[in-house]
Design a protein around this ligand. Structure first.
Ligand code: NDP
Length: 434
């Protein structure tokens, strides 16, 4: 904490990992003697830069851009870009640190990174977003490349932003390479990338339930968030027979006791990605539903919970409420949505708990497959990529069970942390001291 002052989210992420890893490292002195965990908590490289752009009124605006290249031991750096007013270096360090373990768990050769800016896309015109993205890439392009570092999307960075940034990279370098993932299907994107994180999270939940002899069919689910991850979590839950009764955004949450069906979901996707409005308008078109301003959905009774909005949206009290209401499974679509207090509550109750670095790894896994397709200059079909996604989520699940099985219960947090750690640590050991 002395070395990284003012970075509470980074401390939180490291504490969660260290708690599960330290006993394992003590049992395996090769990692202890080489100070592997200490080395893994220090990023390989951090780049911070000024982004200057012009708003629609002609005012010159300045934001701060970052790229945190956390660990490149097992492959090119890989991880999303977040554009949000809350972004600090500490936020991106927590996300980059988690990404190292997550990418290792996917079984694909990818190092961990994260980047972004404190630019707030809310209320900005398309032209302003375009000018910002171009300005951001004008500096970032020095630090990335298809074999060096391959960014993707995250909060505030979706198809529109990736397209503007890829266009600028191509224009500056005069090269068409797979330097970003999440691209449009017309210019090197992969089928299922848009759906991958949400679908993957539901596939992970399906694996956890199957081990206990349960299915998703007929279960009630609460989902938070209304962005990319939440939308496709809801879509897959509907496909697999679950009833989704909530979604949320920064304005509050909606409760629809009849269930958000495919048609209502399309309404929400349009609302969020085209109109860029907030969820309060849902109740104008679906008057049987209720809107709760500035609240999270964790008080709603359900068997399944999918926190899919942002970090620390589910605290210890909310975790206790979920358990009290009969929740048997929590699957993290977002990164670190549960506080460490909430994790303790879930651990004590021994429910099925899928931590983000395992459960939401489907997105980066398909990004990895987008890189493969770009190198081959091929595009696989939707069915082919979806099949691979299901296999990868099963492998991640099984890896968590391998390292987290406690006889009467699987500690998926421990399983994911150790399972993700071993491959990266072995690579670092093999390279010697550097
Ligand atoms: P989006 O920007 O598409 O959506 C984010 C959603 O969360 C929006 O509905 C947003 O509300 C809501 N939200 C954001 N911040 C807050 C807040 N402080 N309080 C309440 N609601 C909030 O992002 P994604 O769906 O891509 O990302 C969601 C989470 O999933 C993040 O934690 C991200 O790191 C993680 N993730 C994403 C992956 C991906 O492939 N996209 C991969 C793996 C993890 P509003 O609509 O009002 O802005």
């Amino acid at each position: 904490k002395r070395r990284n002052p003012g970075q509470p989210e980074f401390h939180q992420a490291v504490e969660e990992v260290a708690e599960k890893l330290i006993p394992f490292i003590n049992d395996n002195p090769k990692y202890l003697n080489a100070s592997i965990l200490e080395r893994m908590t220090e990023p390989d490289r951090v780049v911070s830069f000024r982004v200057t752009w012009q708003d629609d009124k002609g005012n010159v605006r300045v934001n701060r851009g970052f790229r945190v290249q956390f660990n490149g031991a097992i492959g090119p750096y890989k991880g999303g870009l977040r554009f949000d007013k809350s972004v600090t270096l500490g936020t991106l360090k927590f996300l980059g640190f988690e990404q190292v373990f997550k990418n290792s768990l996917t079984t694909l050769p990818m190092g961990g990174a994260k980047g972004g800016s404190d630019f707030n896309p809310k209320g900005k015109s398309d032209n302003e977003v375009m000018r910002f993205c171009q300005a951001y890439m004008t500096e970032l392009y020095h630090h990335i490349g298809k074999d060096t570092d391959v960014p993707a999307g995250d909060i505030g960075v979706g198809a529109r932003e990736i397209s503007y940034m890829f266009g600028q990279y191509r224009r500056i370098t005069n090269k068409f390479t797979g330097v970003l993932t999440g691209k449009g299907l017309a210019f090197g994107g992969s089928n299922v990338r848009k759906e991958a994180t949400g679908y993957g999270s539901v596939y992970f939940a399906r694996e956890m339930l199957a081990r206990k002899g349960h299915t998703l069919d007929g279960k009630t689910a609460i989902v938070s968030g209304a962005g990319n991850v939440a939308q496709y979590t809801v879509e897959k839950l509907i496909h697999l027979g679950a009833k989704v009764v909530t979604m949320s955004d920064r304005s509050g949450y909606i409760y629809d006791q009849d269930g958000i069906d495919a048609e209502k979901l399309q309404y929400i996707i349009h609302l969020k990605t085209v109109k860029r409005g907030d969820l309060s308008s849902y109740v104008e078109d679906y008057p049987d539903a209720k809107f709760f301003p500035n609240e999270h959905p964790w008080g709603v009774k359900a068997q399944l919970a999918f926190p899919s909005a942002t970090q620390n949206e589910l605290d210890g009290e909310a975790a206790k409420t979920l358990i009290k209401n009969g929740c048997i499974l929590v699957c993290e679509g977002a990164n670190m949505p549960s506080t460490n207090e909430a994790l303790k509550v879930f651990e004590k109750a021994k429910i099925l708990f899928g931590p983000g670095k395992a459960a939401n790894a489907g997105g980066v896994a398909i990004s990895g497959l987008e890189m493969t397709q770009n190198s081959m200059r091929l595009q696989w079909t939707f069915e082919e990529v979806d099949e691979r996604l299901q296999q990868i989520m099963k492998k991640i699940h099984d890896k968590c069970v391998e390292y987290g099985d406690e006889d009467d219960w699987v500690d998926y947090v421990k399983g994911a942390n150790i399972g993700g750690f071993v491959k990266v640590a072995d690579a670092m050991l093999a390279y010697g001291v550097l």
